[in-house]
Design a protein around this ligand. Structure first.
Ligand SMILES: Cc1ncc(COP(=O)(O)O)c(C=O)c1O
Length: 395
């Protein structure tokens, strides 16, 4: 048996599908990932919206190195005041509107979703949760319970009780909220469904109803957050502020992180009656927080978000082709719709053969995701779009 990295990968590292690409990575810089023979792949996926400032951004690498020289892990979450996590939480408080003020740092998006659901139940004393059809919130039992695609859930039932689903963007369904509802949870832009953006009035109507019945609005910005739509968080486009904001992915700039933000009053619920309401050993880890803080500061200091509308316009201008049926999403969270799931998978494979990494959406594979690093240049956008267009012409 050969002893390549790929063969060892298939032998020893547990797989999520029977057909992983098994691409052998050498290193990654900026908008490119390099294979072991030095071949360069332009990255239109960014680790599924995680590499906000591109690969190995010098400010992130040096922040990690600086913290690593001082100390790594010293104590479980919440016990000690450590510079990077404290500064990160302060930065978030300074860059988000009231009442968002305190941040709870955890290890992943799904864990942050679980914590947000617990907080809503704890704060309201209610158990009913409303979520959205076709939503994706992660793969822990809690996050899976509120995800809206039965095919991914059926094998794991029973899941959380008292969860019901609204049609995303449907204002009539909002009437399902009542005074037993602890919270409504939704993505600001639905991801796995194909980057679906609701009509402009939707979140205002939803938030108003939440206030009427005393339910909390949880927005999952794990994917659209951290600048991807051109604002720090996508809710800023819709004129509302959620009660609990959940983030992850792009927040870490390439390291694993999740977090939830809420008002001080809400967030302090975790600290009493019972105390230790949500605990985790590595949440708020200083190394991870160093990377997240560097990402946040880079987003602002390098004017990354200001350039997003122009880059979105360039993508939309370039990606005109008879085989592209629509372009969903906003900012650098775009999805092009092709004729079928099989065709999209085929084109993604052909793009890779031609030096471009693209991917498909989890629930509806006919949507091809375009979520490059936010720092991608105009020339790189043109180059990548030309590869997609050539593949669509040829196959
Ligand atoms: C909208 C949304 N919510 C939650 C998650 C889960 O985050 P994680 O994979 O970090 O657990 C994801 C990940 O893809 C996501 O896109």
């Amino acid at each position: 048996m050969s002893n390549t990295l790929q063969s060892q990968f298939f032998s020893y590292q547990a797989q999520t599908t029977p057909y992983a690409a098994g691409f052998e990575v050498s290193h990654a810089r900026g908008s490119y990932i390099y294979g072991k023979n030095g071949e360069a792949y332009l990255d239109f996926v960014a680790g599924v919206s995680a590499n906000t400032l591109g690969h190995s951004h010098p400010r992130i690498i040096s922040a990690i190195k600086e913290q690593a020289e001082k100390y790594l892990h010293v104590m479980v979450y919440g016990e000690y005041a450590q510079e990077n996590p404290v500064k990160l939480c302060e930065w978030l408080a300074m860059h988000t509107p009231a009442p968002l003020e305190m941040t709870y740092l955890v290890n992943s998006g799904a864990e942050a979703i679980d914590a947000a659901l617990k907080l809503a139940k704890r704060a309201t004393g209610r158990s009913k949760i409303l979520s959205m059809v076709d939503s994706y919130h992660g793969n822990t039992h809690g996050a899976l319970s509120v995800s809206g695609k039965e095919i991914h859930k059926a094998a794991y039932r029973p899941l959380l009780p008292d969860v019901e689903f609204l049609k995303f963007g449907n204002e009539e369904d909002i009437n399902l909220l009542d005074n037993k509802t602890a919270c409504v949870i939704g993505e600001t832009i639905q991801g796995a469904a194909g980057f679906i953006r609701p009509k402009q009035s939707y979140f205002k109507t939803l938030k108003k109803k939440c206030e009427e019945v005393g339910a909390l609005l949880i927005l999952d910005e794990i994917q659209p957050g951290f600048g991807r739509t051109g604002k720090l968080f996508a809710f800023e486009h819709f004129g509302i502020v959620p009660d609990i904001l959940v983030m992850g992915k792009g927040m870490g700039g390439g390291v694993p992180i999740g977090a939830l933000m809420a008002s001080r009053v809400l967030m302090l619920q975790f600290s009493h009656s019972p105390k230790l309401g949500h605990i985790t050993t590595f949440g708020g880890n200083p190394l991870i927080a160093a990377a997240a803080l560097a990402t946040a500061e880079g987003l602002v200091e390098e004017n990354v978000m200001e350039q997003i509308p122009e880059k979105e316009a360039l993508f939309r201008h370039k990606l005109q082709h008879p085989k592209i049926k629509s372009i969903n999403g906003m900012g650098l969270m775009l999805a092009i719709e092709l004729e079928s799931d099989e065709y999209c998978l085929h084109i993604a494979k052909k793009c890779m053969e031609n030096g471009l990494i693209v991917f498909w959406q989890l629930y509806y594979n006919r949507f091809m995701r375009i979520t490059p690093p936010l720092t991608i240049s105009q020339d790189e956008i043109v180059k990548g779009c030309d590869i997609i267009l050539a593949c669509l012409d040829q196959y």
